[in-house]
Design a binder for this molecule. Structure first.
Ligand code: HEC
Ligand code: HEC
Length: 347
């Protein structure tokens, strides 16, 4: 054949073949990959403190007990609003040329998944107390205390973040317990861990193997069909949304989180302030030494039905006994916020 006698053609043909193969085997897949795993529009690049905090997370071995991945299986539903995708990790870069990219997806889940902890728990006060001694906020916790991220000082200097540690966890320390820069960086990192919603047009992956839908399917013809409205369990909702700060006994933590037991706000027949606090957060009592309450209801996407169930739980427990609220009352007040966003909770 002519091509074998003409070295230019032979060489040209080999080059073209090589380019075409490279296109299909490497360049096009890489472009596609880049398109699918570029950072999501709503995500933010980590700040210097957050990056330093990630280093402390690695150094302290938090990954031994905490994952950062929401798998697309039903049991992971509680850790995020959707299953994780590659793009969620796109901002994770290698630290320097010597060290590889630190993927902190983890494989052990002794403690909760932290993919969305910045949304679930956005209070710096809570995170600091929890790191100082997890038992001080979560009585049953088996997480180790990271007390070396704090120092004891005779006096707090301006700008110091002082912890209001309950007496039984102070172990006789009389000075001020102050967060070190490292503790603040670690908390900044934890607070930055948030799932970002997907842009329009990007298909949202779904959670597979939904246990409830299977059950509902089989029960449809039997007793379940009689239950017309879903039931909202106030005690369970309180436990997931409020208990970490206000505690299971409603007594809060002295100096950090106020009691709801006997609280004027909770006992008030008019639920407006209480609903505003849940949906918009609260800072009216900072001067008394309490921290700031984050807008827990909005962060956790609580529905009016859920807010009503929580409020009624608070109003009928721990010796509290005040007027129950209806879902309609809650709905009316929450709709009011949407038209008047400037209003914040005042005492
Ligand atoms: C021995 C296992 C273990 C280690 C190590 C550990 N944790 Fe935990 N962590 C837990 C457990 C168990 C819980 C659930 C109980 C609680 O809230 O304290 C938890 C809870 C948490 C929570 C609250 C999660 C939520 O959904 O409320 C955060 C935040 C957290 N850990 C951060 C850390 C950080 C940061 C480190 C490293 C400095 C760390 N953990 C190390 C076991 C661990
Ligand atoms: C991250 C911790 C945290 C979580 C979670 C939290 N709160 Fe609070 N809450 C606070 C703090 C701190 C204050 C005091 C705010 C201030 O200083 O003004 C407060 C104040 C309140 C008050 C006012 C009490 C009074 O007598 O002044 C109510 C009512 C309340 N919270 C209800 C709730 C409910 C209901 C939930 C769950 C949906 C909840 N909180 C979740 C930290 C929290």
């Amino acid at each position: 054949m002519e091509i074998y006698n003409n070295h230019k053609r032979l060489f040209g043909a080999a080059i073209i073949l090589f380019i075409v193969l490279t296109m299909f085997a490497a360049i096009l897949p890489a472009l596609n990959e880049e398109k699918n795993s570029s950072p999501l529009p709503g995500s933010k690049a980590p700040t210097a403190d957050e990056t330093a905090g990630k280093g402390i997370f690695i150094r302290e071995g938090c990954i031994a007990c905490h994952t950062q991945q929401v798998r697309n299986v039903d049991m992971d539903k509680m850790w995020g609003s959707r299953p994780g995708i590659a793009a969620d990790y796109a901002r994770i870069k290698r630290i320097d040329i010597w060290r590889n990219t630190a993927m902190l997806m983890g494989s052990e889940r002794t403690g909760p998944d932290l993919t969305n902890i910045g949304v679930r728990q956005s209070s710096q006060d809570w995170h600091l107390l929890h790191l100082y001694n997890p038992r001080s906020v979560v009585e049953q916790s088996i997480m180790p205390a990271y007390s070396w991220l704090f120092e004891v000082k005779d006096y707090a200097f301006p700008g110091d973040v002082v912890l209001h540690v309950p007496d039984e966890y102070r172990k006789g320390i009389t000075g001020q317990i102050v967060a070190t820069k490292e503790a603040l960086q670690l908390v900044a990192y934890l607070k930055s861990l948030k799932q970002v919603s997907l842009p329009d047009g990007k298909p949202t992956p779904i959670f597979l193997y939904d246990k409830n839908s299977k059950e509902a399917g089989t029960k449809k013809t039997s007793a379940a069909s009689k239950v017309s409205e879903p039931q909202f369990d106030g005690a369970a909702l309180y436990a997931t949304n409020c208990q970490s700060c206000h505690q299971g006994n409603g007594e809060g933590l002295a100096g950090a989180f106020p009691p709801l037991k006997g609280s004027k706000v909770v006992l008030d027949d008019n639920p407006e302030v209480q609903i505003t606090i849940i949906m918009k957060g609260y800072n009216g009592r900072v001067s008394e030494g309490y921290g700031v309450m984050t807008p827990v209801g909005t962060n956790n996407n609580l529905k009016p039905e859920e807010v009503a169930a929580i409020i009624n739980h608070e109003r009928s427990n721990w010796g509290n006994n005040s007027k129950q609220v209806t879902v309609d009352e809650v709905k009316k007040i929450i709709t009011g916020f949407k038209t008047d966003n400037s209003k914040t909770a005042k005492k």
